[in-house]
Design a protein around this ligand. Structure first.
Ligand SMILES: [Mg+2]
Length: 700
């Protein structure tokens, strides 16, 4: 995380750089809250000359406000009003009911998307936080809350969040796991995820303070209702219901333990601590069957939260040792919760000492995280341009050369995964099955003979079957279609196994990561393809016609491909003449791409015996990514990976594994070892002889 300028307007008792905590409660019941003044709308955003918005900021704000209006249902309000007017015209006896419906819809529209911002906050008496309250439309906060903005903009845009730490009745802390949107791998579709701060731990519950507007006659328009302690508690309880699926009567001892300021996306956060009347297991059960979650697949649900020991020591480990950073205000909630626990156990003095020590170690941990990210980009500069799948086809957020960026997962910027960190620091037990070796094979020239295109060394099948039977994961990573691999390789494996459940250790990654097939416990294939990158049929038809007209003697269209176009050399054609004709073919394809305006969407990849038209996001590295995600979804942890290839470009398999923190080596079985260029540091074993070399290595 970068360290924006520290906000000095509210003096802080705890300063972690990206967040400060201005108030900690020493009272076992927590703070009270009261409103000094509710402030109405005075100047509009566009007219205020103190606001230094540039044109792009104004545009972003305008479109965000437009989206919010649609989302909030402006059209529904006018429809309801029209329905009421018509009912009156036709003297409908039910007109009153139309009137009621209109007011209900209007009020809910007016309140929707409106948040509260606290201003001029101070401690009055020894235990009451008091502040002015002001309306902040959510899009204004979302678009304009940025540390680079002027204090005038911040006054308008800073909303107030709420974050809570929940302790279960058996002494566990509920930690949110903020999921990342990614392919499910062993079933079709993508998981849900958070846009920012994904695959990191968070407070148990978090949200924003919703405004209420009771529309009383003589108030300045846009004046929110004053808020108090009960209002804030009701707000966090509503969030708790939505996020954890527990009812208010399951919550005990709810209290405001602090107030924090986020300096990364400037806003205040009210911090809560509560005890649950349920154990961690009971919470899991309640949450699993709640309305919000009951339709979630297991894979989505399990990522939502986990639990750690409920002690100040565990909080210390989470915030000072785990290298997956919590969002600033979530970390603040943890600090304030730990402080409150120490107050209850050992008194305020001990809590002050704990807080002091934590401040230094929390800062140091953020510095460590940033240093790791910076050295990762120094070592692997190519990753600065790498676009994770959830951003394909969009403008990907910028990465930060100097440190952690919340738009990317820890793993995408050189940090360990959350699961690895929780296990390493002892906060969670290891639940994955550990295996010694996972193996990733290119297919053409590694398993099959480069000329005959079939497996000629049958003993390779015995080796792979033995690996699968030992429970060692196997990946075929190829540009071929899944169906091609099924016919030429997997069909024979199937004949040689007794128990088809061992196929659950196998993944075929085809079309350079665009498609893949896994197998369920009954050995039945489960196939997935990334439709968003698929070459449109219009383009395919143009290429088919081109081949018919000019190239049918040299090459043919591979109809088995789903996401890419592959045009392969006719079997037995002379390689030198193919290369000549291929140059002309590539030029023709380039003009088709230019004519159809798709030259920036697809890339042409001419290889020795084929020409591919494909998404620039696919490749052997994506195949390794699929393999890693496959292991995660199977709950397997491999000590080391062996990768096998016969082309220089196959080194991308091991490059990706090593960049992701795995131990790997590359077994090169081709005949031009000098051409292998590694992007990461790992051993390269040279065993010439194509599939014969593969067999020699496996049997050594
Ligand atoms: Mg090959």
């Amino acid at each position: 995380m970068t360290s924006p300028e520290t906000n000095t307007r509210t003096p802080s008792e705890f300063d972690a750089g990206t967040f400060t905590i201005s108030h900690f409660s020493d009272n076992p019941e927590g703070f009270e809250f009261e409103t000094k003044n509710a402030i109405g709308r005075t100047e509009s955003l566009q007219e205020d000359e103190h606001l230094t918005l540039d044109d792009s900021q104004k545009d972003a704000l305008k479109s965000a406000m437009g989206r919010e209006m649609n989302f909030g249902g402006a059209a529904m309000v006018s429809e309801a009003r029209a329905a009421w007017a018509q009912a009156r015209e036709r003297n409908d006896p039910e007109a009153d009911r139309f009137r009621e419906a209109y007011f209900e819809i209007r009020d809910s529209y007016i309140g929707r998307g409106k948040k509260i911002g606290l201003r001029a906050l101070e401690l009055t008496g020894d235990n009451t936080l008091s502040a002015d309250v002001q309306l902040v439309p959510y899009p204004v906060y979302n678009v304009l809350s940025d540390p680079g903005m002027s204090p005038e903009v911040e006054k308008l845009s800073a909303a107030t969040g709420v974050a809570m730490v929940v302790e279960t009745s058996d002494g566990r802390l509920v930690i949110q796991h903020r999921g990342v949107k990614k392919q499910k791998i062993t079933e079709p579709g993508m998981t849900r995820g958070n846009g920012t701060y994904a695959d990191i731990p968070g407070a148990s519950v978090a949200g924003m303070v919703d405004a209420s507007l009771s529309m009383d006659g003589d108030r300045v328009p846009g004046t929110p209702d004053p808020i108090d302690t009960d209002f804030l508690k009701a707000n966090i309880l509503k969030e708790t219901g939505e996020e954890l699926g527990v009812a208010p009567h399951d919550i005990d001892g709810l209290r405001i333990v602090g107030l924090a300021q986020d300096h990364y996306k400037p806003h205040d956060e009210v911090l809560f601590l509560a005890t649950l009347r349920l154990t961690a297991d009971e919470l899991r059960e309640a949450s699993r069957t709640s309305n919000r979650n009951k339709n979630l697949a297991d894979a989505d649900f399990e990522e939502k939260f986990f639990d750690i020991e409920g002690s100040p020591e565990a909080i210390e480990t989470l915030l000072t040792e785990v290298k997956c950073p919590l969002p600033p205000t979530h970390a603040a909630a943890m600090v304030a919760a730990g402080y409150s626990m120490v107050v209850r156990e050992s008194g305020a003095e001990a809590a002050h000492a704990w807080r002091q020590r934590m401040q230094e170690s929390v800062r140091r941990n953020y510095e460590d995280i940033n240093a790791t990210v910076a050295s990762y980009y120094e070592k692997y500069p190519e990753m600065l341009g790498h676009i994770p799948e959830r951003y394909w086809g969009q403008k990907a957020p910028a990465r930060h050369l100097e440190g952690y960026s919340p738009a990317y997962t820890p793993e995408e910027q050189g940090l360990p995964t959350l699961q690895d960190e929780m296990v390493r620091t002892g906060l969670m037990p290891e639940t994955r099955k550990e295996v010694k070796k996972a193996r990733e094979y290119d297919v053409d020239g590694v398993l099959t003979d480069p000329r005959e295109k079939i497996v000629i060394h049958e003993e390779i099948f015995d080796e792979i079957v033995a690996q699968l039977e030992r429970g060692e994961p196997v990946c075929f990573n190829t540009g071929r279609s899944d169906s091609w691999v099924m016919e030429r390789v997997v069909a024979t494996i199937l004949e040689r196994i007794q128990d088809t459940s061992v196929l659950s250790n196998l993944i075929i990654v085809g079309e350079k990561g665009g498609t893949w097939t896994t197998f369920n416990q009954n050995g039945e294939p489960v196939h997935s393809a990334v439709e968003t990158i698929s070459v449109p049929s219009e383009l395919k038809n143009r290429v088919r016609t081109l081949i018919n007209d000019k190239y049918s003697d040299v090459m043919f269209f591979d109809e088995s491909k789903e996401t890419m176009i592959s045009v392969e050399m006719v079997d037995g054609y002379d390689l030198t003449s193919f290369t000549e004709r291929q140059k002309e073919f590539v030029r023709d394809i380039q003009s088709i791409l230019a004519e159809t305006g798709t030259d920036s969407i697809y890339r042409i990849d001419p290889t020795t015996i084929a020409t591919d038209v494909e998404s620039p996001n696919v490749g052997k590295a994506l195949g390794s990514d699929r393999f890693i995600e496959f292991l995660k979804s199977r709950g397997i942890k491999a000590d080391a990976f062996e990768t096998f290839g016969d082309s220089a470009s196959d080194a991308a398999m091991a490059d990706e594994l090593v960049r992701r923190g795995q131990e790997a080596e590359f077994v090169y079985v081709g005949n031009k070892p000098e051409s292998v260029q590694r992007k990461a540091d790992y051993p390269v074993r040279e065993v010439a002889g194509f599939s014969g070399g593969t067999l020699d290595f496996l049997r050594r």
